[in-house]
Design a protein around this ligand. Structure first.
Ligand SMILES: Cc1cc2nc3c(=O)[nH]c(=O)nc-3n(C[C@H](O)[C@H](O)[C@H](O)COP(=O)(O)O)c2cc1C
Ligand code: SF4
Ligand code: SF4
Length: 266
């Protein structure tokens, strides 16, 4: 029997590419090309499509301080599901995802999405890359694919509604907080190509002095490090090294993805 095509969109925020790679893994399991992909790290002002009940939308975010990144939860206030089906995903750096998946599923339900699957997956920690190093790896990608395959079965059931228990987490959610470390470059290493200033999602890098960072604006997403082909930008300093050592000692033990797929109510 031929599989029916689904109209698949992905909306995510991915500064250092781990969330995007997790989304691609799930899309493989769904057996469907993405018709549209919006990385909010490219444009926090991006116009979000108007969805209808035939759409399937993967909505995926990294976990920042046990929550969704503040800027993207603001963007999500203007998303409207109109009964489209959603796959809710968070990607975290092997510490914990705390209330982030609960926060995401609450937002999606309030925006009239029918959630067919929800999951928390692991990506290399974008501030402390020794934690969750090189993830998602092959094992993760297999599990992401499996999650996608299970979601596809729920989607193909063409149900009017879906039953899915809330993921772990507490309301009110954890207090959102930034981190006290921010990357910058040594002036001598910087070739002044301007790419980091162009790609910073919040405009924290001045175009005329791209080796510096406005720490008041920076959300520590790590994108400037990821895009600098000269490897000029990095975290440094006593605070960073001290937290990094503690983090590595405490959170290096491998965590496994967890997900739940909804029961179609026919
Ligand atoms: C500001 C900030 C806060 C973070 N907080 C957490 C956290 O609470 N728990 C965790 O396990 N990982 C945390 N991480 C790690 C990211 O969730 C993880 O590296 C994610 O894969 C990054 O996604 P991206 O590569 O798509 O940008 C944090 C990263 C940043 C930049
Ligand atoms: S991307 Fe790297 S080399 Fe280019 S301006 Fe930024 S810090 Fe300098
Ligand atoms: S300056 Fe801060 S906010 Fe901008 S890309 Fe770098 S880490 Fe992200």
């Amino acid at each position: 029997m031929e599989t029916k095509a689904i109209n698949l969109t992905a909306i995510y925020f991915s500064a250092t590419d781990t969330t995007r790679r997790c989304v691609a893994g799930v899309a493989t399991g769904l057996g469907q090309e993405l018709s549209k992909e919006i990385n909010l790290a490219d444009d926090l002002e991006a116009v979000l499509p108007a969805f209808s009940e035939n759409d399937v939308v993967i909505v995926a975010f990294p976990v920042y301080g046990g929550r969704l990144p503040m800027q993207v939860s603001d963007v999500l206030q203007r998303i409207s599901g109109n009964n489209a089906r959603a796959i809710a995903m968070v990607v975290y750096g092997n510490r914990d995802y705390d209330d982030a998946l609960l926060e995401l599923t609450d937002i999606l339900r309030d925006a009239s999405f029918r959630i067919v699957g929800q999951g928390a997956f692991i990506g290399q920690h974008s501030i402390f890359p020794a934690v969750g190093a090189l993830r998602p790896d092959d094992k993760d990608l297999l599990q992401l694919r499996e999650f996608g395959e299970e979601c596809r079965k729920a989607i193909d059931a063409e149900a009017k509604s879906y039953k899915l228990d809330a993921p772990k987490g507490n309301r009110p959610y954890k207090k959102a907080a930034g981190v006290p470390v921010h990357p910058k470059a040594d002036e001598a290493d910087c070739k002044r190509c301007g790419i980091c200033a162009d790609k910073c999602p919040v405009g924290a890098i001045p175009a005329d002095r791209p080796f510096t960072t406005d720490n008041e604006i920076c959300i520590s997403c790590g994108r400037c490090i990821y895009v600098c082909s000269n490897k000029a930008r990095r975290y440094s300093g006593i605070t960073y090294n001290t937290i990094g050592t503690l983090f590595k000692a405490t959170f290096s033990k491998r965590k496994s993805p967890s997900w739940t797929v909804a029961t179609p109510i026919l």
